[in-house]
Design a protein around this ligand. Sequence first.
Ligand code: ATP
Length: 259
Amino acid sequence: MRVELDQVSVRIAGTTLVRDLVLTAGPGEVVGLVGPNGSGKSTALRCAYRALRPSTGAVLLDGTELAAMSPRDGARAVAAVTQEQHTELDFTVAEVVALGRYPHQRGGHRLGERERAVCAEAMRRTDVEHLAERGVLSLSGGERQRVLIARALAQESRVLVLDEPTNHLDVRHQVALLALLRDCGLTVLVALHDLNLAAATCDRIAVLRDGRLVGTGAPADVLTPELVEDVFGVRPTVVRHPHTGAPQLLYALPGGDRP
Ligand SMILES: Nc1ncnc2c1ncn2[C@@H]1O[C@H](COP(=O)(O)OP(=O)(O)OP(=O)(O)O)[C@@H](O)[C@H]1O
């Protein structure tokens, strides 16, 4: 499914948080949003999963305006893993993952065999099967994050929107999640702080500053020392990953590294 943010602007309380953003993710493409704190990444993503309606412009899914779709159709098309999702209720992991099936169900039916298989597969892919009967409130931050990703996969949407999904994850689960995003075949919009992980994962990277798009393209074209210094205020050394060829950014601390 093709996702287009078409001239999206978001104004809240007289402040423009995102301005004239044009961004397209083609079917199966992984597009990363990067930028400094407060540059508008979460705000732009909120428009893509309909938590916010653009003040002007539109979000289009295969050419149909998301805002014109029913909530159920919207939820079938787009699943989100956000920073705000947390639950105060002590559901089990299996119950939380099953909530992903909600847009597909008609009034409180029990999950059928296929739906249970979808949930089990989502838990397998996120390595939370062994936690199925645990209460979510007893989980570590990283375990809970993986459960939310499992719930999004169980939703069987064609678009996945993730806001900083590697937060709380240890390095093994970061690598596993990003490999999953690359290989899942869904259209993915993902905000990432780690530019190296973004370079390893994304087909294209969009760079935001002060709510505006200041660069977009393949990681190697976008993540140049000049652009990173201009946008983030830190000049990296950019090398190529010896195995994959992806650009990797190295930073030296001011005053020199320890020997
Ligand atoms: N509801 C709101 N009302 C007013 N200002 C807001 C609101 N939501 C976000 N902002 C402001 O809009 C700007 C963009 O926020 P946003 O969360 O989109 O940035 P971000 O790039 O995701 O940042 P971070 O990397 O810190 O997560 C910030 O300055 C933020 O304080």
